[in-house]
Ligand binder design. Structure first.
Ligand code: GRF
Length: 208
């Protein structure tokens, strides 16, 4: 019997976080595997990543409304996940707010990665928002997904100092490198059953 936690990754773009997860899952000792890559974007770089890793992939038309997903698309994604025994949905640059059946079916079992230290700089361009605000420390956050935009309970954060010379590009690149560590780390914690959420606070049990 396959004891690994089955993941679905949902991405709209480049797919570097998906790739970091796929690379982590290639290790036999990693406690999760990727069952399917879902995207709303037939042009997504993530599709080529899935192909390279031999991971099943599906494009689901989420409707014309930017940032939102149609009820049909939500049902379709939930069904694709359900049929594959997915236990955790990982949003990785999915540019739509999850609602409908997917939200209902995976509440508490869906996480997202955001390129800022939440609750600061929610929404688009977190790195630019942080730089323009003038913070000394930026970073990334893996959090559970709720109905809001980047509002769910926080699981993992990694901090990146901001330097005087930083541009949006240089800061984004350093944050991205931390994202690629943070996301597999968060998945591992959940897959090992070490995470307990109590309201907004997420408790992580030490290894025995
Ligand atoms: C990342 O910066 C992630 O934090 C944000 O969207 C971006 C996706 O990048 N949610 P990639 O497609 O994983 O390379």
């Amino acid at each position: 019997m396959d004891k690994k936690l089955a993941l679905a990754v949902i991405a709209s773009g480049r797919g570097s976080n998906f790739e970091a997860l796929a690379a982590a899952c290639r290790d036999d000792r990693f406690p999760a595997r990727i069952a399917i890559l879902l995207t709303d974007n037939p042009e997504a770089g993530a599709l080529a990543v899935a192909e390279a890793f031999g991971i099943e992939r599906a494009v689901v038309d989420c409707g014309p409304k930017k940032g939102s997903m149609s009820p049909d698309a939500s049902e379709r994604m939930a069904a694709l996940c359900g049929e594959r025994g997915v236990g955790l949905v990982c949003l990785a640059g999915f540019m739509r707010i999850v609602k409908g059946e997917l939200m209902r079916a995976f509440r508490g079992r869906m996480i997202n990665i955001h390129p800022a230290l939440l609750p600061s700089f929610k929404g688009l361009d977190g790195q630019r928002q942080a730089l323009e605000y003038g913070v000394r420390y930026a970073g990334c956050t893996v959090h559970f997904v709720d109905e809001g935009v980047d509002t769910g309970p926080i699981l993992v954060q990694r901090v990146v100092p901001v330097s005087q010379e930083d541009t949006v590009e240089s800061l984004s690149a350093r944050i991205l490198a931390e994202e690629h560590i943070a996301y597999p780390m968060a998945v591992r914690l959940i897959a090992e059953g070490r995470v307990r959420a109590d309201g907004r606070r997420v408790f992580i049990h030490d290894d025995d």
